[in-house]
Ligand binder design. Sequence first.
Ligand SMILES: [Cu+2]
Length: 129
Amino acid sequence: MSGWFSSKHLLVSIGFMLAVCLPALVLSTEGQAAAARPVRAATVSSRKLHIVTIKDMKYQVPTLTVEVGDTVEWKNEDIVSHTVTAVNKAFDSGTIRRGRSWKLVVKKRGTFAYTCTFHPNMKGVLIVR
Ligand SMILES: [Cu+2]
């Protein structure tokens, strides 16, 4: 009688362990998947702001590499107006007066050569990964 009781007790114990541990295993797997999501979201939401100063008739960061979703701000710290105009017309700031700036939220991958329409010898490259 006591032997039957202990084997039943054992079965109950195993059943209890399965009931507790299996969902725990499933949950921990889901927990990892759930944990991975915020990390990816954080990567997406960590969109950067890149600043390119325009000074001495030059884009001070002539080649800039950014990621889709990032923002690039060109700050004109020169004494004359400039533009940031993509050679392929993908973007065009229009006139950026001295002391002013222009922001571009990058949406397309590619390599974009740009220039200043007033000073075609000014050259920059925006690489979007
Ligand atoms: Cu210019």
